[in-house]
Structures are given as structure tokens and as C-alpha cells.
Design a protein around this ligand. Structure first.
Ligand code: ATP
Ligand code: MG
Ligand code: FE
Length: 344
């Protein structure tokens, strides 16, 4: 089926068009620059930017795919989790298109969309897999038994998301936003073993209740303390702090993901989310997966960061399976509260 997907859960206005698992268009307009001076995504600004970008982004995606609205079989849209105001712009647009064209509209889950992105990159989506989704808004470990119908959350962050931790620590170190790329750059000449930063929720006592959960706020505090102490003494080495911080995040992410593979007996790991841009994460994941006999899938970065194609891809799978569209009055599910700057 030919499906148009709309994504507005955070700061990307994404519109993608797929035919089954074939990617025809993937257009993304980001409001990231508008948030830079706040050091995190400002919900009001994101929602307003979605409203402005929505129509032109839909037009561009249709032109890129060489199709018209009349050719489509269905529309899919992120219904959550995400920022409520941002989600409402996408859901409103999808409903309006649905009314105007008579097409069915599917409200879908953003996280499952990240998993569905793999199929567009030729991935083995019909096999069971463990998925590690890491971005500015989420850090989740999923057991994907069936991407369309059976996804179990094994664990998630109990405080900051991984990307959010990068953004906050970058601010502590006086580096730019977004924090991921600026910490990557600063870490180039650093020693990842210089400072032993804490690995959250990896103590034996955490194994029972938080085996697959993450916590990055203690790490952030440890970095803040270190910066204070060494800064006062004139001994702050930014490169070492950046490298050691990054190593702590990557170590926990990969350790828990592989523990999930071992626990479930599923020898496949899929990565998704903007933090996948981190070179060290990809490197450590590749090394340790190889050693553990786990097949690693990393879709191209354009499909890892938030985008409309992954939502279209998930929608196409639902249509193929004969899943009924969402009820006309479906709403948004707002559970993404991390990585957000409170204004005022
Ligand atoms: P959502 O949480 O809904 O997916 P988001 O906009 O927060 O939305 P993305 O756009 O997928 O997520 O990713 C942005 C995040 O990824 C930022 O927090 C950024 O710091 C982080 N990031 C980007 N590049 C890197 C990198 N090289 N290393 C680590 N983190 C990175
Ligand atoms: Mg983003
Ligand atoms: Fe996302």
C-alpha cells in the first residue's frame, strides 16, 4: 500500500511516503536551531514551528515521491508518545487530510515507528529482535516479538534520556547544542578512562527491579561535581571529561542491551534514535555484539533520527495486515517529558 506518514512528536516535522517497505520520500524540517539558545527543546516553539512547516513539508514529500494525495491508500501519524502540543499539530493535519480525501487515518506509536524504520533499510523486521532506542526524549529497551502487534518494553530511563544527558553535560562543559556532536568533537583527544564516572542502575541491588532500566541523572551530577572541583583548582580537562562521560553512557547502553539479548535468548539487536549518531556507541556495540554472537542492525542515520518515513512504514504494515484505522476522534498520548526546557 501507498502510505503517507506524519511525525511531529518533538522538534522534527517529518513527512514520509512509502509503498510497502519501499521508501519513496523522506522530508524532514527541524526546528533544532530555534531551541539552541535554550539548550533543549522548548515545547511551544516546537509546536509553532510544526504548524508553519507542515504544509510545505507535505508538498515536498508528495513531489519527491512523484505521487498525489489521490494515489494514497492511507495516512499514518504519530499519536504519541511525545510533546502534546507538537503531536496535536501532526494529528490535526492527518485528520484534516483524512476528511478532505476520505482516506483512512492510523494513529501510531512513535517508538514502534523507530523499530519499523529498519524494514525500509532492508532489515529482517519479521524476526524477533531487541531494540535499543536512544534519543533526546527516550531511552528504551524493547523486546519486539512482532513489530505490528507485539512489542514489550523491557526497560526505560527513570530520569534523563541519553541524548538529554549529552545535552545537559555539554552545557556544563560550555560546549554547544546539541550536546551529542559537541561532546563527540571534544572527546577526540580525551582519555575515556581518565575519570571513573558512575554507571547508573548497574549495581547488584538494581538487578531485580531495574535490570533493563537506565538512569543518567547521577552521572550528570557526578560530572557537575567534577567540573566544580577541578574548575576551582584550574585543572579541568574538558577532553577527558567528555571522553569519560561518553564512555559511561555508551558502556551502560550496550551492556544492558546485550543483557536483554541474553535474557530473552534473542541474538539480534536493533539501534534507533538520534544518539545512534554517536560514533563511539556504534563502535562499542559492534565490538561487543560480535563477541556475544549477536547480529547488530543500525539503519542509516536519516532513518534513526525522527522522521515521517518510519511512521509511513509502520502504517503500511498495519494496512497490509487489515488493521482497522483509528477512531475519528483519536487523541494524542503525551508521555515524553524528558529533554524539555520549561519556559518561565
Ligand atoms: P525523540 O526523542 O522524539 O526521538 P529528539 O528530537 O529528542 O526526539 P533525535 O532528533 O532523534 O531526538 O535526537 C536528538 C538527540 O540526539 C539530542 O539529544 C542529541 O544530543 C543526540 N545526539 C545527536 N548526535 C549525537 C552524537 N553524536 N552522540 C550522542 N548524542 C547525539
Ligand atoms: Mg530531534
Ligand atoms: Fe524519536
Amino acid at each position: 500500500p501507498l502510505v503517507l506518514g506524519i511525525e511531529t512528536s518533538c522538534d522534527e516535522t517529518g513527512v514520509g511516503i512509502v509503498r510497502g517497505d519501499e521508501l519513496l520520500a523522506n522530508v524532514v524540517a527541524s526546528s533544532m536551531d530555534l531551541h539552541a539558545r535554550f539548550g533543549g527543546v522548548v515545547p511551544e516553539i516546537a509546536a509553532r514551528a510544526h504548524l508553519e512547516a507542515m504544509e510545505p513539508t507535505i508538498e515536498r514529500a508528495l513531489a519527491e515521491a512523484g505521487v498525489t494525495l489521490g494515489d494514497l491508500d492511507a495516512i499514518a501519524v504519530t499519536a504519541g508518545p511525545g510533546l502534546a502540543g507538537a503531536l496535536m499539530v501532526g494529528v490535526g493535519a492527518a485528520k484534516a487530510l483524512g476528511v478532505a480525501t476520505g482516506l483512512p487515518v492510523h494513529g501510531v506509536n512513535h517508538l514502534v515507528g523507530h523499530v519499523a524504520a529498519d524494514a525500509l533499510a532492508g532489515g529482517p523486521i519479521d524476526e524477533e529482535t531487541i531494540a535499543l532506542l536512544v534519543s533526546g526524549g527516550h531511552t528504551s529497551l524493547l523486546h519486539v516479538r512482532d513489530v505490528d502487534a507485539d512489542v514489550v518494553t523491557l526497560g526505560e530511563t527513570i530520569d534523563d534520556a541519553a541524548g538529554e544527558a549529552f545535552d545537559k553535560v555539554a552545557r556544563l562543559l560550555g560546549l554547544g547544542y546539541p550536546g551529542g556532536p559537541s561532546i563527540d568533537a571534544a572527546a577526540v583527544d580525551g582519555d575515556p578512562r581518565a575519570i571513573a564516572f558512575p554507571r547508573g542502575l548497574t549495581a547488584p541491588k538494581d538487578r531485580e527491579r531495574h535490570r533493563f532500566d537506565f538512569s543518567f541523572s547521577g552521572l550528570k551530577t557526578a560530572v557537575a561535581r567534577h567540573v566544580e572541583r577541578t574548575g576551582d583548582a584550574g585543572e579541568l580537562r574538558v577532553a577527558d571529561v567528555a571522553a569519560s562521560f561518553r564512555e559511561a553512557v555508551v558502556d551502560v547502553l550496550v551492556t544492558k542491551a546485550l543483557d536483554a539479548c541474553a535474557h530473552t535468548g534473542v541474538p539480534r539487536l536493533l539501534l534507533g534514535g538520534g544518539v545512534v549518531a554517536n560514533a563511539r556507541l556504534r563502535e562499542v556495540a559492534a565490538e561487543r555484539c560480535e563477541a556475544a554472537g549477536v547480529a547488530l542492525r543500525v539503519p542509516p542515520l536519516a532513518l534513526c533520527t525522527d522522521n515521517g518515513a518510519m511512521i509511513a512504514g509502520l502504517g503500511a504494515r498495519l494496512v497490509s495486515r487489515g488493521v482497522a484505522p483509528s477512531a475519528p476522534g483519536f487523541g494524542v498520548e503525551s508521555t515524553l517529558d524528558a529533554g524539555i526546557v520549561q519556559v518561565g
